[in-house]
Write a protein that binds this ligand. Structure first.
Ligand code: SF4
Ligand code: SF4
Ligand code: FES
Length: 182
């Protein structure tokens, strides 16, 4: 059975190896995507086109709590690649909050300090009876809203972009996060 163009996604991946490259650059791949997660698309790019591509995963969404290792940006939104279904057009980039080690692999211990405070436009609450302290929200939020402090997850709403992202709410596996406009 042959694969038609309609069954292929155009996937633009930002590649950068700080050890050898001067600048990051995008590479575009055409790969099957229907019914696949973004993580599976990355794996197929790795196996069929680019065995140098660096990306990370761990639990593949099967653990409770999830590991959060696969966090990346897809079309400007932070996602867990093991949970996000692939789309026909995707721009895939490393998460902007962290220093890039290679391609989509970032150093979670090296948080860039370029997140900025705003006048809070939302109120963020965590239901601590539901929260399992998986830290997915800490890793996922590009604005640095969540911090793990003394074993508790604390949100600082003044860093939130408002209602344009919403990914922390979508990916919290325990539905523990509520964001309300104020
Ligand atoms: S609020 Fe949700 S995503 Fe964040 S640590 Fe708790 S369970 Fe995990
Ligand atoms: S909605 Fe706000 S708190 Fe949630 S991930 Fe986006 S920027 Fe972070
Ligand atoms: S691989 Fe663990 S959350 Fe995606």
């Amino acid at each position: 059975m042959s694969i038609t163009n309609k069954e292929l996604a155009s996937v633009k991946v930002l590649k950068f190896n700080p050890a050898v490259d001067k600048e990051p650059k995008y590479e575009t791949f055409s790969v099957p995507y229907q019914g696949l997660t973004v993580l599976n698309v990355l794996k197929s790019i790795y196996h069929a086109h680019d065995a140098e591509l660096a990306f990370r995963w761990g639990c593949e969404g099967a653990h409770d709590p999830r590991c959060g290792a696969c966090v990346i940006m897809v079309n400007d939104k932070p996602v867990l690649s093991c949970r996000k279904l692939a789309e026909t057009e995707m721009v895939i980039e490393p998460h902007p909050k962290y220093k890039v080690i290679k391609d989509l692999v970032v150093d979670f211990n090296e948080v860039k300090k370029d997140t900025k405070k705003r006048t809070p436009s939302v109120q963020i609450t965590i239901d601590y009876d539901k929260c399992v302290k998986c830290a997915d929200c800490v890793n996922l939020c590009p604005a640095g809203v969540y911090e793990a402090k003394k074993g508790e997850i604390k949100p600082s709403a003044e860093f939130c972009c408002g209602d344009t992202c919403g990914q922390c709410v979508m990916y919290c596996q325990k539905n523990a996060i509520t964001i309300k406009a104020i």
